[in-house]
Design a protein around this ligand. Structure first.
Ligand code: NAG
Ligand code: NAG
Ligand code: NAG
Ligand code: NAG
Ligand code: NAG
Ligand code: NAG
Ligand code: NAG
Ligand code: NAG
Ligand code: NAG
Ligand code: NAG
Ligand code: NAG
Ligand code: NAG
Length: 837
């Protein structure tokens, strides 16, 4: 319990102290340093001093300043915008704003001003916009602003002004464009109230008089007056009053006249269209009627408005618009938020622009006959349209702009026949049917802008855009493609500069899809399901400036990142699923290198691997990769070394055994004179010639022959070494075609070589059985080398050849024999060597 009491006590103490504090030390919010400060609702009773003198925009609203003394703002000579709304200001002294030569907007809304002195607004040499709403003003006369020659807008709504008389000083306000006198107490508009406008016809004034309880306008009050705009909404509390008042607008020349009421401010029970009968002597360019729902009369009552060029009906509850007379010269008709039961089948020769929007009720489009129509805006009506579109639906072939966005089901079964002039076509957020059955846009070769975003279109026909050769902008977000693959639909749109295929569930992009779009500046592929960033796709986009691939599932890139077009100034890759692994370090390094071109690169995060999830891509360190690399390199090398050694050991196992055996047998005596290596194909020759001549001849030699002398049960290889080499003085190699082709023989021979090398005496005798082609011999490089360098014996199957052969062989075998039995000397003497090159 005790600690809680302590806490509560401390809190209360803090609160108490904070209440005592008269003014927060730094009450203002720095919105834009040195430029914009907001000190709203801070209980300030004087202008804060710690704001930099460079401040341009200062909001001091909802404080308690009470009085503005002279030179109140001399610390802020740069001020351009000053908001003093609801600061309980009662007095504005002379020269209060002195020095604010840059000030262009001054807002004084909601201050109960009791005294303004003649010089209250002096020094405001640049003021353009003065908002003096709800400042207790009882007349325009008492506002000392006659010197504000730069003033463009003066808003004195919600005051106690009873007279619409514009004071003399208005002739000084030559730049004034907008005067808002709404919500005052003006009941009567007198004959000479606008005299100053009559005298200064160069003034181009928009006059807002709404919500004044006007019950009388003196005849000729507006005679000879020219206004840009006159607004009279919710001014009259009866149709009769309205009628006479409107009648007395006689002689006015106004660009735009606005009549009607407000959504929440209805003063008339019903609006009788015949009140406009009084407007025949008013010159009007544009007429607008707003917010009237209880209408009596008919559109034909607009007789006096037959010659206006623009007719706008905003939130007017009309039953129908069918019967607008053909001679009405309206060029633009705007129908907005009017609850019409049916789409009006208009037949008006003069209409050029028809804007029919946000009318909730009409269920389907009906044909119109508007031969001069060029601009048709039908957005947000919930319309359906079967059999769209051809010139016969509109009665025109001049249509350039068609906006059918935000409507119902539109089935395109006519191919825009007769609408070849179309330049702008918008179907977004309507449901399109039958767009992919044939090239629906084939006629539209003048089309520059096409929007079919979110139209439930599934593109399974590559010819969908055939004919659109001049298209600049194609927006098709929120649709889908066959197999979720962006297919080759853009081939002939060589003038395309803007392409949006975002939110199309794309998983991949076919090759060469963009290859003809050399002028494309912006490509939006965001919000798809792409897995890879493949620069190759974009290679041919020579003008591309902006590429948006954000909100995909991109893990890494594919191919050469240098292939991105040189023109590229911005790539958005945010919100992808980057894999921050060493495997993709080239891509991650590229991101770091290109971070200036990448949108919000510093906020891009990794998605995988799990331990990197959420960490910043720019924080990825490739140092670890180098370490990994080293480890990998070292292990690869060790594996290589080990396997090489293993291989060598395997390969030269027998040679090693020889080495081992060398020691063992080196001192031991030889049992055989020679070990014979031969191919089994030559076994006949060995048995019939070699064995016969050597073992049974004089002197007898002891040969080691594997078929005879090897010990059964011992591995052949071991036999070769133990029986063959170790127990023989010499080795006879019988070289033949078969020998060279037999791997086993070559193996034996290789071991023999090793043996020869180990036991110092040269012990290999080559017998070449038959002429072997050189090419074959060359396959056994080593053998070939030895044969061409050393002496060998050539077998010749004739009497003389045999004789020489045996003599030479025996001599070679005798070489190095320890004992010399009888009869050998004679043989030796006759032996002669033959060398071959
Ligand atoms: C604001 O102005 C001060 C003094 O003129 C200057 O030192 C400072 O750098 C400025 N700050 C910024 C954000 O421009
Ligand atoms: C109109 O401007 C002139 C100077 O151009 C000035 O002398 C005169 O007082 C101004 N009128 C009013 C009513 O302030
Ligand atoms: C008159 O003022 C309006 C704005 O209130 C402006 O759009 C229009 O261009 C101006 N006309 C002339 C002739 O200055
Ligand atoms: C219209 O206003 C006048 C005075 O402004 C008042 O006398 C009259 O009763 C009002 N009429 C209706 C129908 O409100
Ligand atoms: C509409 O106007 C008629 C008179 O023209 C009136 O009788 C009726 O009450 C009005 N309806 C509403 C809803 O104001
Ligand atoms: C409209 O113009 C025609 C001729 O251009 C003219 O006869 C007719 O009186 C005009 N109507 C109005 C109401 O000004
Ligand atoms: C309407 O168009 C026709 C030709 O299509 C032209 O002769 C006529 O002058 C146009 N009328 C208007 C008012 O523009
Ligand atoms: C597209 O262009 C190619 C060559 O530029 C041409 O052969 C082909 O007919 C065109 N296709 C269409 C449908 O315009
Ligand atoms: C493309 O645009 C250029 C210039 O904007 C224009 O000259 C050319 O006719 C257009 N059409 C085609 C098919 O290139
Ligand atoms: C791309 O489209 C998405 C929505 O489809 C949008 O939010 C984004 O701003 C677009 N990108 C660019 C660069 O216009
Ligand atoms: C990608 O970045 C660009 C440039 O900042 C931006 O206009 C676009 O809206 C971004 N894309 C998305 C889908 O937010
Ligand atoms: C990453 O590796 C590249 C070479 O692959 C090197 O140029 C770069 O400096 C390295 N960056 C870091 C942060 O280690």
């Amino acid at each position: 319990m005790r600690p809680r009491f302590c806490l509560a006590g401390t809190l209360m103490m803090a609160l108490f102290l904070s209440c005592l504090r008269p003014e927060r030390l730094d009450p203002c919010v720095e919105v834009d340093p040195n430029i914009t400060y907001q000190c709203m609702d801070q209980n300030l009773n004087k202008i804060p001093v710690n704001i930099p003198s460079s401040v341009k925009n200062l909001d001091l609203s909802f404080n308690t300043l009470k009085t503005l003394g002279s030179h109140s703002f001399s610390n802020f000579p740069e001020l351009q915008f000053l908001d003093l709304s609801r600061c309980e200001i009662e007095t504005i002294e002379d020269k209060a704003y002195e020095g604010l030569q840059q000030l262009s907007t001054l807002i004084l809304t909601g201050n109960p001003i009791q005294s303004l002195s003649q010089g209250s607004f002096s020094g405001l040499t640049s003021l353009q916009n003065l908002v003096a709403v709800e400042i207790n003003l009882d007349s325009l006369e008492s506002l000392p602003i006659g010197h504000l020659k730069t003033l463009k807008k003066l808003n004195v709504a919600h005051n106690f002004i009873h007279s619409s008389k514009l004071p003399e000083y208005f002739s000084n306000l030559t730049n004034l464009e907008h005067l808002d006198l709404s919500n005052n107490y003006i009941e009567t508009i007198h004959h000479r109230d606008f005299q100053v406008l009559f005298e200064n016809p160069q003034l181009n004034l928009s006059l807002e008089l709404s919500l004044n309880p006007v019950d009388f306008i003196q005849p000729r009050a507006f005679q000879g007056i020219r206004l840009y705009e006159l607004t009279l909404r919710s001014n009259f509390n009866s149709t009769n009053v309205m009628k006479t008042c409107i009648q007395n607008l006689d002689g006015l020349q106004v660009h735009r006249l606005i009549l009607g009421e407000f959504r929440n401010e209805r003063t008339l029970e019903s609006f009788d269209l015949s009140v406009t009968d009084g407007l025949c002597n008013v010159i009007i360019d544009e007429f607008r009627l707003t917010y009237v729902d209880n209408i009596s009369g008919d559109i034909t009552d607009f007789n006096c408005l037959a010659n206006v060029s623009v007719m706008s009906l905003v939130s007017v509850h009309l039953n129908n618009l069918e019967h607008i007379p053909k001679y009405f010269k309206w060029q633009t008709l705007v129908v907005t938020r009017c609850s019409l039961k049916e789409f009006p089948s208009l037949d008006l020769p003069f209409i050029k622009h028809l804007i029919f929007t946000t009318n909730k009720d009409p269920p389907s489009f009906a044909d119109v006959n508007l031969p001069n129509l060029t601009f048709l805006d039908l957005h947000r009506n919930g319309l359906s349209f079967m059999g769209c579109c051809s010139s016969s639906h509109f009665g025109t072939s001049s249509l350039k702009h068609l906006d059918f966005s935000f409507n119902g089901v539109i089935s395109i079964s006519k191919n825009f026949m007769g609408l070849e002039q179309l330049e702008y076509l918008d179907f977004q957020h309507s449901t399109l049917k039958k767009t992919t059955e044939y090239p629906v846009f084939l006629c539209l070769e003048n089309l520059r802008y096409l929007d079919i975003s979110y139209t439930n279109t599934k593109i399974d026909f590559n010819g969908i855009f055939y004919g659109l050769t001049n298209l600049n902008t194609l927006k098709m977000a929120g649709n889908s493609f066959k197999d979720n693959t962006l297919s080759d639909v853009f081939t002939n749109m060589t003038n395309l500069t803007f392409l949006d295929v975002s939110k199309c569930q794309l998983q991949q992009v076919s090759w060469g899809v963009f290859d003809t779009l050399h002028g494309l500046l912006l490509l939006n592929m965001s919000h798809n399901n792409l897995l890879l960033l493949d620069p190759f796709h974009y290679k041919q986009l020579h003008s591309l400036k902006t590429l948006d691939c954000s909100f995909n599932l991109i893990e890494t890139s594919k191919g050469m990142l240098q292939h991105f077009p040189k023109s590229l100034a911005s790539i958005n890759l945010t919100n992808n699923s980057f894999a921050c692994t060493c495997e993709h370090q080239n891509f991650l390094q590229w991101i770091k290198d290109q971070s200036l071109f990448l949108v919000n690169a510093e906020e891009m995060t990794c998605a995988t691997p799990a331990e990197m999830k959420g960490s910043l891509v720019l924080d990825f360190r490739n140092a670890t990769c180098h370490m990994h690399k080293t480890i990998i390199t070292v292990s690869v090398i060790s594996v290589l070394v080990i396997s090489t050694i293993a291989f060598l050991v395997y390969k030269f196992y027998f040679h090693l055994m020889l080495i081992a055996g060398c020691k063992k047998y080196s001192s031991g005596e030889s049992i055989y004179d020679a070990f014979v290596i031969y191919s089994s194909h030559d076994e006949d020759w060995v048995r019939n010639e070699l064995v016969k001549n050597l073992e049974e001849g004089v002197p007898p030699f002891q040969l080691c022959l594997h078929y005879r002398d090897f010990i059964p049960g011992v591995a052949i290889a071991a036999n070769i070494i133990q029986e063959g080499f170790h127990k023989s003085r010499k080795v006879i190699v019988v070289v033949s075609r078969h020998f060279i082709q037999s791997r086993w023989c070559v193996f034996e021979y290789e071991i023999a070589q090793t043996w020869q090398f180990l036991s110092s005496h040269s012990g290999i005798i080559f017998i070449v059985l038959e002429k072997v082609e050189k090419s074959l011999l060359k396959q056994q490089v080593e053998l070939y080398r030895l044969l061409s360098r050393n002496t060998y014996l050539e077998w010749e199957d004739n009497a003389l050849g045999r004789h020489i052969f045996w003599r030479r062989l025996k001599k070679a075998l005798l070489d190095g024999r320890a004992w010399n039995p009888e009869g050998t000397a004679e043989v030796e003497d006759n032996l002669e060597a033959t060398t071959s090159t």
